[in-house]
Design a protein around this ligand. Structure first.
Ligand code: MIC
Ligand code: SF4
Length: 642
């Protein structure tokens, strides 16, 4: 049997382990990326490793999440990042230059390379034929220092795309269709590899929309082959020399296969509050909407915005509705401004925002109470928009723009096929990297304002833990639930302060109780349901609970990035061995676990007493992860082993 593209690239980068699905492997990382909301911690951790300069072929630090600078905190973070990056060999993409994944695709992604990013949508790069993986900041820091990245060798799901999309249906509808089939649960440990004649009909930005939302499937990464379409895109970015053809073997082996006929896909929406709550637009059309937001790393490419401009041209946004457009990068912004498309948007009544994450991360543009917002981004978790009572529908740019004109959810298929704005990839993108500051050869002083704290430190794992079950949650708890972003984002570099908001919208008293227990020498357990920790890669969803004294989480199942982050920060991700135990354990119960060190080192089952009753929980981890936990986290472990 031949090799999938996934396994060809993994094989080229393998430094530890055997390439057997499910077993732990270590791979060499060629490129890294960070963004400001995860970057400050990642770089503080990198500094703590005492390595003079990054050892990757390329490391880029983007400022795109917290660009509003309401107060000094974000400005402090940006200055720290810029000065630190310059000293350590890292490129720095300034605020205003665009969203990390969009800019990385345009300017840096390389087919066949590996990219590790401290953001869960890093797999966007898979649209260019690279293995791009999202991880916690500390994993990225270790990779910058030349350390391997450890992951479970994935099973590969081959999605075969046949046929061609009809006019008014777009790449966003393809990934929404896949989310309908596969849902956000149960795909952990898989990678998706796209093949089939249909892929030839998709440009790189369209492929990137699909790989971007692979994050919502919970897969480790998604990848397209590197073919003529890839060359076309790289050549238009003036980077044809980065191209190599990369295809799977004809007889490649895959663990699973799914076939999709592109011609059969209709416009879709992910209804509140989950990206897999898929509805056909034709069945829910006519719903009144209050806001439309177009942008984010999913749908803000030049092609997306040219289609939007084509739809808006000569028309007016429905009075009373707010249409927000945020171009994905400065390149996109400049191109639509030079060719007049921006004027079409402005005269339609659209509100133009900076090239940044903005509304997607809840940084501004919170919808009205109880309002309906159509958005082209990738997540619609409850409260993420900044308004808990709002309903967010994730849709394509086509559906978003048409609906903004009508004031109600509009089915693009009601428009004549001949009216569809045909947009082709430009032969040359405008190239201006002047907002990307290259690193310097000379060291200068690193700026550290009052918002920049030290990276938090946990001690070695105690041999005995006693404490309290601090909270019991249901299924699909996202890292947005654990560690809210939006208004709280500015505390990302200030762990004691940010920790006050752990589970803010689930149980606002959790943090206070946990801290009080910590002062009494008691630890805290979190009980979770299925897919605990899905969504964002923010390691603060592990760091802040750790700061509050959480050393154990027990859940039905975990998302990959979050369980990795828990281990990195010395928290044990345990799983119910007997599913019915979930119902027996309550918040407020007390617990005791003894001989922990030898259990962690040797056992897959951990006995624990909760309210004087004996339980056993499953503990699946590699030897390396067990050692990390005993040392109290990856930072201690790395320092000790270097
Ligand atoms: C997100 O989309 O939730 C974010 C904000 O980009 C996060 C990263 C973060 O929380 O800083 C992500 O997806 O990893
Ligand atoms: Fe930014 Fe949103 Fe993309 Fe996250 S999902 S990187 S917040 S645009």
């Amino acid at each position: 049997m031949g090799l999938s593209l996934t396994y060809k690239i993994l094989k080229n980068h393998l430094v530890e382990g055997a390439l057997i699905p499910g077993s732990e492997i270590g791979i060499r990382i060629d490129q890294t990326l960070t963004q400001d909301a995860t970057g400050t911690m990642a770089y503080l951790q990198f500094e703590a490793m005492n390595i003079p300069r990054v050892k990757t072929s390329l490391s880029v630090s983007y400022v795109d999440h917290n660009t509003l600078q309401m107060g000094f905190e974000n400005a402090d973070d940006h200055s720290y990042l810029r000065t630190m990056n310059s000293n350590y060999g890292i490129y720095h993409s300034q605020a205003g230059n665009g969203i990390c994944h969009q800019v990385h695709l345009e300017r840096f992604g390389v087919p066949g390379a590996t990219l590790l990013g401290s953001d869960s949508h890093t797999p966007t790069g898979g649209g260019l034929g690279m293995i791009s993986i999202g991880a916690g900041g500390l994993d990225v820091a270790v990779a910058m220092g030349g350390g391997p990245f450890y992951l479970e060798a994935p099973g590969v799901l081959n999605i075969i795309l046949n046929g061609k999309l009809r006019p008014w249906v777009s790449a966003k509808d393809i990934i929404l269709k896949i989310l309908e089939f596969l849902t956000t649960k149960g795909n952990v440990g898989f990678a998706v590899e796209y093949t089939g004649p249909g892929i030839e009909t998709l440009t790189v930005p369209e492929r990137a929309t699909i790989t971007n939302m692979g994050a919502e499937l919970g897969v480790t990464f998604s990848i397209f082959p590197s073919d003529n379409k890839t060359l076309e895109f790289l050549a238009a970015q003036g980077r044809a020399e980065s191209w190599v053809e990369l295809l799977p073997d004809r007889d490649a082996a895959y663990e699973k296969t799914l076939e999709i006929d592109l011609a059969g896909i209709v416009p879709l929406a992910a209804a509140p509050h989950s990206p897999d709550n898929i509805k056909e637009i034709s069945r829910i059309r006519g719903m009144k909407i209050d806001q439309v937001a177009i942008g984010s790393c999913t749908n803000s490419s030049y092609m997306d915005l040219m289609i939007v401009a084509g739809i808006l041209k000569g028309k007016k946004v429905k009075p009373g509705l707010s249409l927000i457009i945020s171009p994905g990068s400065r390149q996109v912004f400049e191109m639509i401004s030079r060719n007049g498309a921006l004027s079409d948007m402005i005269s339609s009544g659209a509100r133009i925002m900076e090239s940044a994450c903005g509304f997607c991360i809840g940084s501004g543009q919170a919808p009205v109470t109880g309002g309906i917002s159509l958005r082209t981004n990738n997540r619609n978790f409850e409260g993420r928009s900044g308004t808990s009572s709002a309903g967010v529908y994730l849709v394509s740019p086509e559906t978003a723009a048409l609906s903004a004109l009508e004031g109600v959810l509009t089915d693009p298929m009601d428009s004549p096929p001949g009216d569809y704005p045909e947009v082709t990839l430009p032969e040359k993108f405008i190239i201006d990297d002047s907002m990307i500051i290259p690193p310097s050869e000379n060291k200068s002083t690193i700026f550290r304002g009052p918002n920049i704290g030290d990276p938090p430190y946990t001690g070695r794992l105690p041999d005995e833990l006693r404490g309290v079950v601090g909270i019991k949650t249901g299924d699909k708890i996202t890292t947005d639930h654990i560690m809210p972003a939006g208004q709280r984002l500015k505390y990302r570099s200030n762990i004691p302060k940010y920790s006050e908001y752990v589970f803010e919208h689930v149980d606002p008293e959790f943090s206070r109780r946990a801290l009080e227990n910590k002062k009494k020498g008691l630890f805290t357990i979190i009980i979770g349901g299925e897919s605990y920790g899905q969504g964002s890669s923010r390691e603060h969803a592990a760091i802040c609970p750790m700061y509050l004294g959480v050393r154990i989480v027990i859940a039905r199942s975990y998302e990959r990035i979050h369980s990795g982050n828990l281990i990195n920060f010395g928290i044990m991700p345990l799983v119910f061995a007997d599913a019915s135990d979930y119902d027996k354990i309550m918040a407020g119960d007390t617990f005791k676990i003894i001989n922990l060190i030898s259990l962690i080192q040797n056992s897959d089952l951990l006995p624990m007493e909760i309210n004087n009753r004996s339980y056993r929980f499953r503990f699946n981890a590699s030897e390396r992860q067990r050692n990390i936990l005993v040392e109290g986290g990856l930072l201690n472990f790395t320092k000790k082993s270097s």
